[in-house]
Structure formats: structure tokens, C-alpha cells
Design a protein around this ligand. Structure first.
Ligand code: AGP
Length: 613
């Protein structure tokens, strides 16, 4: 998820664009760039890191400082690591067209080869450069204007985009278009601001039009025209922005954590986009192609990570053994790095890390590399150190995770591990029909996650009845045992309530001594082969007056009679359950923390990325 902004008007564009980028920085902040279309030339400046670095760079640059038409971008890398070359804007070979993009071009490899065969040369590793080169292909003979070239190029593209394009031949014009990524146009006095969200517009005007999917806008200082990508004119209604700036960055949510919990459906969709192929009933992971042969021959998988990433690895252990039939171990990175692990060429070590910068995981990775293992990364931050220090890997595409308590990264880590396990399982032994069943069920997960989010208010009521208790237990079996650990961690790290997660059967071997009327016990109890065992565990807690909250499968009326509270999740195959059962636990922790007056987004003593040992 990146932020794009464009300006056409009477004022100098540079200052307006830089301020706009700052307002969009929560969308991505690994590199930024600006292009001012002035004096028959495109003046471009790009910089790695935060927008302020770009601002320092362009300060005093006469060419950039003047000019009333421009586009700019703040990046959250998806294809190609964060560096100056991969930063936006990108230009076509002629240098006459510049483009900024938010989204993912799925068929960029095919288009890139088509354009290379047509004699185009590429400077960056990005999917975006393909788009501007394609527009350039239709523009270069001079027979078309910019919007005509854009109208011809976009139907060739599959994937998502919010784009703003400008050409040095048409200095007072920006062409904008969207499909799947947000794009809003602020309508001011003789000026227009186009942006990914209202945050970059609100300062200039509250009058906006919202582009719909497959719509294009041609913006000049004298006017605005909108049409579909097939060039059918569209009349747009001007609407009013009602939100304050802060509200916009948070997208109307009170905290980034809640926003990211509510983004999980879309985040998981993005994690599977272009990778889950329901037509061919297969999984495609471009990031693993170069090592697939070696991976298929691996004798053992070792998953390493810290905190929530380690919990995701625990679910991964079940997935790789159950769906991939590959012996799998999970290690705390901090332990793995010092215990001289048995790792060799036949081992694949997979480092799981949202930030890609966690010190213990980096050190554990070095240990694995030194021992000759094949190393893979499952990472959210593109170009991060884990990504650069592994042989291959898969990016989550979950978008920036700003809340310290990890939520959407966890569900996306599960989605990506499921894709890898299915890819290996299908290549090793799994039948086409079994694969089909899992892929179809996986495709339904995003919507099922979104249906659980409607329970947020009820979960808040449940939390309000439990926040007086200072010790909680979370219990689960099989695939849901790691979810119990994750539920306990979420509660601990943001509400400061002491909580412990355990395999449900372990309770009898000690922790049951803790159970009394002051102990809330959260059970992961969806339908599965050990359901009856979980019910017995629930009765053991009830017998000792424990307060039982169960996460159960929709339609399971039976379980009500054993529990104080039941939160339902939709049914799905057991290996996919953790992506659903964790959501109510994230909401329970969020509401409990809020009701206890804790700072949910910046909990005490914690950092979003632990870059020290
Ligand atoms: C989880 O909510 C915490 N922020 C923390 O446990 C985190 O998962 C851990 O520090 C690992 O971070 P990483 O995924 O960026 O490596």
C-alpha cells in the first residue's frame, strides 16, 4: 500500500505535493519521489526513506520549486526493494511520461517480456515501470494524446492500481485511473488535487469526487473529464469530506491496531493475490521459483521467529507436516542462534518476520546460512534485512503494520505458509481434488474474517465483564494451540493482564490448580477431531467454577450449555481455522486494553521492531 498525490492548478505544485506525501506517509514510508512537469521537461527527484529526506533534497531546486503540475509518491515496496531506482515516479524510455502507482500489476512479467521484445529497456525491478512503458508504447508515435494512450494500455493490465500520469508534451495535464486501489480527486478553485486518500486533499478543499474501479479522469487546470477505461463518459457527483486529518490516517478507526484488525480480510486477499489460481487449481509463488527444486528435496523444515511470528511458525509446523508431509520444527530465533542446531544442506530454514529487522531472527538466519541450509524469508517489509539475507522468500503484502501489537501480519503469515505447504504437498503426494478443496476454502477466508468483525461490539461487552480479573488462561488443541498462545500474547502486551496459553490437555498437569471463579479461561473450541476432548476440558474448568469463554463454529448450539460466553466463527477446514479463530482474540485483547485505559497503539516497554538482542 503506497500513497500517491498529484496537483494541477495555479500554485506551485512542489510544496503541496510534499505536504500531501507527509499526510499519506502512514501508507508506506520506505522511499519517496516527485515529478514536476514544467518548461517542456519532467523534473524528477527520488529518495529512499521518509518524505522529509526528499523534502531536503528538493529544497532549493529551482526546477522542482516552480511548476504548477506535478505528481508524487510515498512507497511501500511490493516488487523490488526500497532504493532510488525502484522509487516512483517511473518514466517510459523516452522520458516524456512519468507515472506514480499504488497497487500490484499481477501480469507484469508477461507485459515486461512483450515490451522488451518491442525494444523497451527497463531500469527498475518494479511492476509499475511496466505500466508507464506500456503507455509509452501507445504514445511514442505521437498519434495519440496521453489519455488515449492510457485508455489503450489499461485493458492489458491485470491487478490493482491507482495511478497518476503526466507528460512533458502536455504540461498542464494529469491522467488518473483506478482499479482496486483508492483514488480521490479534490475539486478546488482552478485547482485539482488527486490522491490515494482525503488526507492529502482536506487542506485544500472538502469538495471531492471518488473514482470508481475502471474509471479514468483527465485533469487540467481548466477542467476535469471522467470516463470508463473503455472511454464511455461518466458524470461524477461532488461530495464533501467530513473527517479530520487524524481520522483519515486512521481511516475512521480509533487506533491503528483496530484498523489493522479490520483490514485483515483485504490483507489476506492481497497475500493470496496472483498466487492462488482457482482456474488452474494451483499455487504460484514467484519468490520461490528459483529454489523450488531444492525445496522439494528438503529433508527437514525449521521455522524461526520471535513473538507473534514464532506463534505463526507453530501453526506452520502443523501445516507443513499435515499438508506438505515434511518433517518440521519450530524454534525461537533467540534459542536457535545459540544452541548449535542440527542443520545442514538438507534443511530448509524459514525465517518469519513482519519487520524483517528483528535482531535475534537475523542472527539465527546467519547461523543457518553458515551451516549450509537453504534459507527462506516470510516477510512483510520489502527489502528488509531478512529479505536481503535469504536465498528466496515470499512477501506478505499485508501493507504497513503500525500498531505495535501484530495482527494482520499474523493472519497473512498463516495464509502464506498455507500456500507454501499446499504447493509442496501437491507436488509431493496431494490429489487434485484435495488441493481443489483447500484452494476453494482458502479463497473464502477473507470474507469469513470480515464476517467475524461484525461481532466487535459484542466482544467488547464480553471483555467489559472480564477486565477486573488479572490472570487469564487460553487453551486450544492441534492447529488452535498456537492460537491460544497468540491470544494470550495479545492480551498481555496491550492490556498488561497476565495471561498464559497452553495446549488444553496440559491443564490437568498443573495449571488447573489456578482455576477458580476469578480465572477467565478462553477455549478455542471449533469443530475438529478433538472437539469432544475440548468439551471435557471445558467441563473440568466449569467444575472448578472457572469462567469459560469459547470460540466455536457457527451452528454449534450444543456448546452454549457448557460456557458463560460463546463467540462464533464460520466453519472451514481445520488447517485454515487459525486465520479465523485468532480474530475474536485480537478484538478481546483490544477492547480489554481500551476498557482498562491502556495506550493500545504504543503499549509500554514495547517496540514495533526489536532490532537489538
Ligand atoms: C507482536 O505483537 C509483537 N509486536 C512482537 O512479539 C513481534 O511479533 C516480534 O517482535 C517479532 O517481530 P517481527 O515479526 O517483526 O520479527
Amino acid at each position: 500500500m503506497c500513497g500517491i498525490v498529484g496537483y494541477v492548478g495555479k500554485k506551485n505544485a512542489c510544496g503541496i505535493l510534499i505536504e500531501g506525501l507527509k499526510r499519506l506517509e502512514y501508507r508506506g514510508y520506505d522511499s519517496a519521489g516527485i515529478c514536476i512537469n514544467h518548461g517542456g521537461k519532467l523534473h524528477i527527484s527520488k529518495h529512499t526513506g521518509r518524505v522529509m529526506h526528499l523534502e531536503e533534497e528538493v529544497l532549493g531546486d529551482e526546477n522542482i520549486a516552480t511548476g504548477t503540475t506535478g505528481i508524487a509518491h510515498t512507497r511501500w515496496a511490493t516488487h523490488g526493494e526500497p532504493n532510488q531506482t525502484n522509487a516512483h515516479p517511473h518514466t517510459d524510455d523516452s522520458g516524456r511520461i512519468a507515472l506514480v502507482h499504488n497497487g500490484v500489476i499481477e501480469n507484469y512479467r508477461t507485459l515486461r517480456q512483450f515490451l522488451i521484445d518491442k525494444g523497451h529497456t527497463f531500469k527498475s525491478e518494479t511492476d509499475t515501470e511496466v505500466l508507464v512503458q506500456l503507455i509509452g508504447e501507445f504514445y511514442r508515435d505521437g498519434s495519440r494524446n496521453l489519455e488515449q494512450a492510457v485508455h489503450l494500455a489499461l485493458p492489458e493490465v491485470t491487478g490493482t492500481y491507482g495511478i497518476a500520469v503526466t507528460s512533458s508534451d502536455e504540461p498542464d495535464k494529469i491522467v488518473a485511473a483506478r482499479k482496486g486501489s483508492p483514488l480521490i480527486i479534490g475539486v478546488g478553485e482552478d485547482e485539482y488535487v488527486v490522491a490515494s486518500d482525503a488526507g492529502a486533499i482536506i487542506e485544500h478543499t472538502a469538495n471531492v469526487i471518488y473514482l470508481k474501479d475502471n474509471e479514468i479522469a483527465v485533469i487540467t487546470s481548466t477542467g476535469l473529464r471522467t470516463a470508463t477505461i473503455d472511454n464511455v463518459p461518466v458524470t461524477k457527483e461532488i461530495q464533501q469530506i467530513e473527517w479530520s486529518l487524524d481520522e483519515i490516517a486512521l481511516g475512521g478507526f480509533e487506533h491503528f491496531m483496530l484498523k489493522e484488525i479490520f483490514e485483515q480480510g483485504e490483507a489476506v486477499r492481497n497475500s493470496m493475490r496472483g498466487r492462488l489460481d482457482l482456474r488452474e487449481m494451483r499455487v504460484q509463488l514467484g519468490g520461490l521459483e528459483s529454489v523450488l527444486r531444492e525445496l522439494l528435496r528438503t529433508r527437514k523444515i525449521v521455522l524461526i521467529g520471535c513473538g507473534t511470528a514464532w506463534h505463526a511458525g507453530l501453526v506452520g509446523e502443523y501445516l507443513f507436516e499435515d499438508l506438505g508431509r515434511i518433517p518440521t520444527e519450530v524454534e525461537y530465533s533467540s534459542e536457535f542462534r545459540y544452541r548449535n542446531p542440527i542443520v545442514d544442506e538438507g534443511t530448509t530454514v524459514i525465517a518469519i518476520s513482519q519487520s524483517g529487522e528483528t535482531a535475534d531472527t537475523l542472527a539465527a538466519l546467519r547461523e543457518a546460512t553458515d551451516k549450509g541450509a537453504l534459507t527462506l524469508g516470510i516477510v512483510n517489509v520489502v527489502g528488509s534485512t531478512v529479505a536481503r539475507n535469504t536465498d528466496a522468500g515470499v512477501y506478505l503484502h499485508a501493507g504497513p503494520e503500525i500498531g505495535v501489537a501484530s495482527t494482520k501480519a499474523f493472519t497473512c503469515q498463516l495464509a502464506v505458509q498455507t500456500l507454501i505447504a499446499l504447493l509442496l504437498g501437491r507436488r509431493r503426494f496431494m490429489s487434485q481434488s484435495t488441493m481443489q478443496g483447500y484452494l476453494e476454502a482458502l479463497a473464502e477466508i477473507p470474507e469469513k474474517i470480515e464476517s467475524i468483525l461484525t461481532e466487535s461490539e459484542r466482544i467488547k461487552d464480553i471483555a467489559s465483564g472480564l477486565i477486573e480479573f488479572d490472570n487469564w488462561l487460553f487453551l486450544g488443541r492441534g492447529y488452535n494451540y498456537p492460537v491460544a498462545l497468540e491470544g494470550a500474547l495479545k492480551l498481555k502486551e496491550i492490556s498488561y493482564i497476565h495471561a498464559e496459553g497452553l495446549p488444553a490437555a496440559e491443564m490437568k498437569h498443573g495449571p488447573i490448580a489456578l482455576i477458580n471463579e476469578n480465572m477467565p479461561v478462553v477455549f478455542l473450541a471449533p469443530r475438529c477431531s478433538t472437539y469432544a476432548k475440548i468439551i471435557s476440558n471445558i467441563e473440568e474448568v466449569r467444575a472448578r467454577k472457572g469462567r469459560v469463554i469459547a470460540i466455536a463454529t457457527q451452528g454449534d448450539e450444543e456448546i452454549r450449555k457448557y460456557c458463560d460466553q460463546v463467540i462464533y466463527v464460520p466453519d472451514c477446514p481445520v488447517p485454515l481455522q487459525p486465520m479465523l479463530t485468532v480474530v475474536p482474540l485480537q478484538l478481546l485483547a483490544y477492547h480489554a486494553a481500551l476498557l482498562r485505559g491502556c495506550n493500545v497503539d504504543k503499549p509500554r516497554n514495547l517496540a514495533k521492531s526489536v532490532t537489538v538482542e
